[in-house]
Design a protein around this ligand. Structure first.
Ligand SMILES: C[S@@+](CC[C@H](N)C(=O)[O-])C[C@H]1O[C@@H](n2cnc3c(N)ncnc32)[C@H](O)[C@@H]1O
Length: 231
């Protein structure tokens, strides 16, 4: 793999999320909290999905770098975006431990500092539930993707079962505070389609995690057409 940039995070606007303070704490607690889910299948799922990444890859909301070890050699440039400072620091430390160079950008998914049609693969794992404005983020993903580019994703989504969806609705606000802004009942696949993506996804269960985030959608999304997805 060609090494293109340093692992030093770039400076830029800090996250303005109302959950910023808690997000800083979550940067410490995040990996222990996810550990069971990772060993119960999420790690394997990340590896399988990311085997399809190639070329210039941008990962949004890269967090504590759980995906970094899984990028294949076909990825020749890796850009990791992460708007939260604590997460970004952890990300930089993790990258140094892996034999992987990437550029870290302090940028929200809603405003990617990248040219139009410049990216082969965008990766989003457990991020579209948390971004403040998922439609803007998806339109931004569509903007930066090359015509044949794809969004690879693992996202927890609104449940198909009415009972679990009702539980998600009921627990939404408490979960949102606990999980740094995460919207557990977000219909992310429907939002992708509304933003001009053709979506292929499998329904799976996120074992090892609370039931309200069990329903996972794992797959890829491609821009239907520039005109449809453009702002
Ligand atoms: C649940 S964590 C997921 C981290 C990692 N992608 C993973 O697979 O475990 C959500 C991440 O999204 C980041 N995030 C929050 N708002 C964001 C936004 N508007 N744009 C991009 N990332 C955002 C958070 O800082 C956090 O790192």
């Amino acid at each position: 793999m060609t090494e293109l940039a340093s692992n030093e995070p770039t400076t830029g606007p800090q996250a303005k999320s109302p959950y910023a303070a808690w997000l800083r704490i979550m940067a410490v607690l995040y990996d222990p909290f996810l550990w069971l889910g990772e060993v119960a299948g999420m790690r394997r799922r990340r590896r399988t999905l990311l085997a399809e990444a190639y070329g210039r890859v941008v990962e949004i909301g890269a967090g504590t770098a759980p995906n970094v070890a899984h990028y294949p050699d076909a990825v020749h440039e890796l850009v990791l975006t992460e708007p939260e400072l604590g997460m970004r620091r952890k990300l930089a430390r993790r990258l140094d431990r892996h034999a992987r160079t990437a550029r870290i950008l302090d940028a929200p998914a809603e405003r990617l500092p990248l040219p139009d049609a410049s990216v082969d693969t965008v990766v989003s794992t457990l991020v579209l539930c948390t971004v403040d404005d998922p439609e803007s983020a998806l339109r931004e993903v569509a903007r930066v993707l090359r015509p044949n580019g794809r969004l690879l994703f693992i996202e927890h989504v609104r449940a198909k079962s009415w009972f679990l969806a009702a539980c998600q609705d009921k627990l939404l606000q408490s979960w949102r505070v606990f999980a740094s802004g995460c919207v557990c009942n977000r219909p992310t696949l429907e939002l992708m389609r509304a933003c001009g993506f053709a979506v292929e996804a499998d329904d799976v269960v996120w074992h090892g995690m609370p039931a309200i985030v069990h329903p996972l959608a794992v797959g890829c999304a491609a821009r239907l057409s520039v005109g449809h997805a453009a702002r």
